[in-house]
Design a protein around this ligand. Sequence first.
Ligand SMILES: [Zn+2]
Length: 308
Amino acid sequence: MTQMLFTHNALDRAAHLRRNPARLDALRHGPDALVAGFWRDLALLRDGRALLAQGNEAARLMELASHVVFLGLHQDRPIFALDLAKMAAEADQSPPQWEKGAVWGELRAIGAALPPEDSTILATGRALVNWHRTHVFCGRCGGPTESREGGHVRVCLDQTCGAQHYPRTDNAVIMLVTDADKVLLHRQPAWAAGMWSILAGFVEPGESFEQAVARETFEETGILVGDIHYAASQPWPFPASLMVGFTARATGGQLVVDRHELEDAQWFSRADIAAHFSDSHRNDGSGRPYLARPGSIARMMLDAWLPG
Ligand SMILES: [Zn+2]
């Protein structure tokens, strides 16, 4: 079974170093520093891997950075994520050129093709860099904020305010809803033709995960669920979600698809899926439906259920 994307233990977050600015500064300019660059949410890659620059290349990227975040230690080396938004786009608005062989990639598209540790490092960096870029002003008073603790806090510089802001993580539930030998799958209008997956939705303020599972399932499909159990979780930094996976059992209701949210929802038995779904994880041109791609928590939960 393919490991879930973005869950490799690639980073020792070394949080104790965040509160030591002098040490962090020395690490940042030291010979062991590794840096991952981002430009408008695109990550810098080379030779099919994350481009983790070091030495002279790292120093030159550092000079172009508008935000620097200490991600932790990777194989005992300090690693930093950089927002390279100051680099100008090319005349045709394509991403800026870097050194020979360097390319920019959208992690959502290329994450599964990278080594698992690289995907995890880039997911963490992308989430934090995006958070800095969108929180340069205080949400309480509108004053400017400044990065502290290696980029894990932003502090409002207005002296009467001084609010501390922490990186956002938006909780979303994703649920494998079953009824005996059947699983409830759905399609969203924005998805590639033929792809089906399990239901998901954001947790609302004042709600538990289990309540969100029951509410979202009922709102989107009219199905009532119980027997809700935690299964696994997956960071999904596009831009800041954490997918929290649950299994749930249908206890009543009738399948009525909310067409504002979903294109379709249907029950499928294991035999239906075995007989009619393509093994491919993309539209293979056959017109057959297929399941969410390997590496996603949706697919991991489906693969765990399918053998029966
Ligand atoms: Zn403020």
